[in-house]
Design a protein around this ligand. Structure first.
Ligand SMILES: NC(=O)c1ccc[n+]([C@@H]2O[C@H](COP(=O)([O-])OP(=O)(O)OC[C@H]3O[C@@H](n4cnc5c(N)ncnc54)[C@H](OP(=O)(O)O)[C@@H]3O)[C@@H](O)[C@H]2O)c1
Length: 266
């Protein structure tokens, strides 16, 4: 995308210390935006900012846990103090609680929702006054798992279904204020998500998903930023992701049969 698309605009990205969020921050900066990058690991944020500055962009690292509303408010305040206004916000922070439903507990679901759903909703409320003023753009990074259930993903999928519902409904409510809401639904994408445990901590386990199914984070970011620029309500990323969403929508029985067969074969 052109370097001028987001010139003089300011963006804030949560979960920007790795994977899709880091790539989104770099891509927004390439399109001319000044970027506030948020996550818990400050050292990782510093290196994302260094990448952006090396390309001539502007970025600030802000340590912030999205489960802490006061920390989100402080990050927004600091962003506006440094850059003057806020035009774009992406609620991207998330992780995956994995495992068959009979091996999980209500606590696992609550922990999953605290980050993936309430963290995104709190991000929305923290940035809303600024976006309303700038007639800006908000995006939530949900998932193909927010469009279909699959084995061993009940907690993750439930949190993403909730987020899709939030984004789709907020889209209408924000229209009147000139603010767009884009729901980004990635399929398998290159990141650290499958190296993070059920508590949300990075443990470095290798990605079990075959490489040919995994989209690069840069490509996912380019397509997401284009959708954001066009104020599209929704985007599904990756070919396999698009196919799965189509199957879930139009031939749910076929998809269920295929996934059930996979489960029976172990
Ligand atoms: N990669 C995929 O295949 C895929 C597919 C569909 C959807 N997604 C979604 O894409 C989003 C980004 O994930 P990713 O794949 O890029 O994984 P990732 O590389 O593990 O990145 C997750 C990011 O979220 C941050 N984060 C986690 N918990 C946080 C918290 N409580 N407060 C603030 N930041 C937090 C992490 O940073 P810190 O640890 O430094 O806080 C990290 O920057 C997630 O919402 C995920 O569900 C990913």
């Amino acid at each position: 995308m052109s370097r001028t698309f987001f010139a003089r605009q300011t963006a804030l990205v949560t979960g920007a210390s790795s994977g899709i969020g880091a790539a989104l921050a770099v891509e927004l900066a390439r399109c001319g935006a000044r970027v506030a990058v948020l996550a818990r690991r400050l050292d990782r944020l510093e290196s994302v900012c260094a990448t952006i500055r090396a390309e001539g962009g502007e970025a600030i690292p802000l340590a912030c846990d999205v489960r802490d509303r006061a920390a989100l408010d402080a990050a927004v305040k600091e962003t506006v103090a440094q850059f003057g206004h806020l035009d774009i916000a992406i609620a991207n922070a998330g992780f995956g609680v994995a495992g068959p439903v009979d091996e999980l507990s209500t606590g696992d679901f609550r922990r999953q929702f605290e980050t993936n759903f309430f963290g995104a909703v709190d991000t929305f409320y923290a940035v809303w006054p600024q976006l309303k003023e700038s007639h800006g753009r908000f995006a939530a990074v949900a998932s193909v798992s927010g469009r279909m259930g699959s084995p061993a993903t009940s907690a993750y999928s439930a949190s993403k279904f909730a987020l899709v519902g939030f984004a789709e409904s907020a889209y209408y409510d924000c229209l009147a204020h000139g603010v767009s809401v884009t729901c980004i639904n990635p399929g398998f994408t290159e990141s650290e998500i499958r190296s993070v445990n059920n508590a949300g901590d990075y443990v470095g386990t290798p990605d079990p998903v075959p490489g040919f199914l995994v989209m690069s984070a840069e490509k996912a970011a380019r397509q997401s930023v284009r959708a954001l620029y066009r104020r599209r309500p929704e985007i599904v990323l990756s070919q396999h992701g698009k196919w799965l969403v189509r199957l879930a929508r139009h031939t749910p029985r076929l998809l269920r049969a295929v996934l059930s067969l996979g489960v029976r074969r172990g």
